[in-house]
Design a protein around this ligand. Sequence first.
Ligand code: FAD
Length: 542
Amino acid sequence: MSQQHLHDVLIIGSGASGLSLALRLDPSLRIAVISKRELSEGNTYYAQGGISAVLDHADSVESHVQDTLVAGGGLCDPDVVQLVVRRGPENIRWLLEQGVKFTRRERGNHPEDYHLAREGGHSHRRIVHAADATGKVVESTLETDIRSRANVDLFENHITVDLITRNEHGNNTSNCHGAYVLSKDSGHVHAFRARFVVLATGGASKVYLYTSNPDVSTGDGIAMAWRAGCRVANMEFMQFHPTCLYHPQAKTFLISEALRGEGGRLLLPNGTRFMPSFDIRAELAPRDVVAHAIDHEMKRLGADCLYLDISHKPADFIRNHFPTIHARCLELGIDITREPIPVVPAAHYTCGGIMTNSQAQTDIDGLYAIGEAAYTGLHGANRMASNSLLECLVYAQLAAEDIGRRISSQPPPPAAPDWDESRVTDSDEEVVVSHNWEELRRFMWDYVGIVRSNKRLARASRRIRMLQREIHEYYGHFRVSNDLLELRNLADVAGLIISSAQRRKESRGLHHILDFPHADPRQQQPTILIPDTYKPGQATPD
Ligand SMILES: Cc1cc2nc3c(=O)[nH]c(=O)nc-3n(C[C@H](O)[C@H](O)[C@H](O)COP(=O)(O)OP(=O)(O)OC[C@H]3O[C@@H](n4cnc5c(N)ncnc54)[C@H](O)[C@@H]3O)c2cc1C
């Protein structure tokens, strides 16, 4: 049976952004948090490195800002970068207050006494971390806190279908009053109504065949916001990690860059080392250079994977330095002390997303977006390592402040019609969903991956239009399921990525296109797609 739920704030997503917002809102508010699987399943849980913030007296806001602007390839919004970096230290302190245990230096209790790591692009040590499992520690701590809050209702194993919006003023602006949500246990769709709705649904890397992200990262929030009428920006900038384990049972296991740092060599299937012919720094070149080289060689040879070899180092050294990687590979039958590791690059981070302002508001009144689902202007054309969890925390704080200011004058949401299932039946051909899911992720990998070309993008554009027609027709006839909803969202997001990539006729940051190999100073602005004038999958007019 369909039910109606009423809350002050509806938060869709339970990663670092969703949970920290729920914890920051006034405890007198009734809050619902929706999560597609169990609360902890999302990108946050798998974050390894840490969170960047200016915590060392030798470091400065100016330096963090400058590093972020350089990494962003001229496309960051400098005001946003300033805002996020300035709020970094207080957000780390907030996490400490919630009980997060970061790795310490030898002694001390003050935030400045925590061990700070240095990562690519950062010119100072500024990454707080909990050993090599920062995300797990942050997520678990926030989860424990949220479960103790009496004002927060948690809905795990629930997937949001679409937003409930209404055009109230007879003009082009609409308001958001809630969302339709499928309970995966009961199979029923319920209306969740709220004064404010927040999308904290994470990224969209699952649109690619190989990804470091867990299964939930299907870009649902971006697709829902787009369908509801929000602008979406910079979707061409998808970040790829160069080395993910290639094994059927290990779809999301990263092989850390530290392995290359300690002498790991990248090899072709015939055992030849290839990185020295791409970059003087060989295996130690920056992430995107290594990812391009691997992609180039895989395409040239038609290979399924390449290899990363550290077996020339003493076995004890390998076991001591890489206990997690060694243990995980061994479980899968690969002994890294004796043989090379099969690797592929993998989609890792979605730099673009739903356009928001500096209060995390979207184009639709009452609707906010935070975390990886949002485009704030922080990352520009390339995300700097460990800036993403920082963005999650800062924008959750900004959204909490704005909702706190507005809540007393925001009227309760109007009634919403029940979900109508009178014209649909149970699916008779699930194979349509599984086939399209495979096809989409493969052609996105082959045609819209690390290196693009006009020809490949045109091919992808034709295919996505066909798939979207088929999926939308199927959606109109059959009862919704988790897989169908995710496929529909993946198809919409794929369309947005293709359209954005076709619009950017230059190579900049993470967007590399063979037909336009250089950056063009005239294109130094974000790619903004507007729903009314531009449909996903539509080819760009020349
Ligand atoms: C392997 C890995 C390592 C990383 N390392 C780092 C790092 O060291 N430092 C760093 O800063 N960043 C890192 N990142 C990136 C960072 O982890 C993410 O950008 C960040 O955690 C995103 O948080 P989020 O709250 O936006 O989304 P997520 O943590 O992904 O959470 C999304 C939530 O939305 C829910 N959801 C999605 N769709 C729906 C729907 N339709 N209905 C209901 N619920 C839905 C999901 O169930 C989930 O609860 C890493 C990412 C990965 C994958």
